[in-house]
Write a protein that binds this ligand. Sequence first.
Ligand code: FE2
Length: 376
Amino acid sequence: MGMYGLKSMLKVPTQVVFGDNTIEELGSHAKKFGKRVLLIYGGNSIFKSGNYDRVTETLRREGLEIKEYGGITHDPDEDLVQRAVENALSANPDVIVGIGGGSVIDIAKAVSVMATNGGTVSDYWGGREFTRPSIPMIAIPTTSGTGAEVTKNAVISNKEKTFKKSIRTDYMTPEIAIIDPTLTLTVPPEVTIDTGLDALIQNLEAFTSKNAGPITDTLAIKGIELGAKYLPIAVENPDNLEAREALSLGSLFGGITLGNAGLGLAHGLSHPIGIKYGIPHGRACAIVMPKVIEYNYPARKEKYDKIAGLFGEECDAVSGFRKFLDKLGVSYRLRDYGVKKEDFPMIIEYSKGGSRNFNPIPHSDETVYKMLEEMY
Ligand SMILES: [Fe+2]
């Protein structure tokens, strides 16, 4: 079948610590880098969930000094990065600990490398290169979604919130990722859906990407299987630990596979749609994904047929994925999210570059326009 004629690479520079209650080990990992810890986190959920106490306890137990920078919001913009970098420069930490969802981890990554390299996010969007190693960073995801704990990019919005774009460098990959599924037990169903769909779609896009190969495929198939089986269970029963473990693992696999194989058209389109209409990233990916599978199907027939059955129906991957979204109550009609047809040219323009380059079939502006109309 020709699969093993393909080249396949795997780079996971992050030391991954996976398992229930591994958060207790944070202090002993952090102290390897020094005494001063800068803790970066998001909104109130870290206090309500008890995760804040769990994190600070293990750091204090090891005698570490903690400084904090909280309140990181969704879709962080370049100004927020700048403020966080200034804070980090005055805190002068030996290690940065980022605990939260993808946005928080991305900010912690951006801060860790911009604090040592200087400049602004715009400079790096414009082609400036990172030349110095970052402040060591430990990433602790509290959702099962982006896999940002093992990737080398950070997605940042511009000031006007008209576009999102990555900055990337190997220096940004976290030194250590502590993936503790018990931290995700309090994630509410809607957020579980949005983040779980991101992980699932990252595995799907990496599985069919132009750069896919046997190593990443093995992880991606498992990630798709775990997401398809356990996402509905975790939505139904948020405190089902087995489901949370499975989703945490699937999310990790998504981060590893996207970092090594790339993504595709769904991720490309998700950024302008997400930022313009305030739609969570994973949901924005899910809205466009059925059409993208349909478009890519002829080029990856064998692969899609192989995973079609994982969505719980005896049918092809396109219908299987649509039915899966139906069951989760997720619409894949652009109009249900207030998307305007007159924004299609903007969506197409800002979706260019990055992920779209790895899509298995090339696509002109006209083709994408037609696809958007069909999703409307
Ligand atoms: Fe994603």
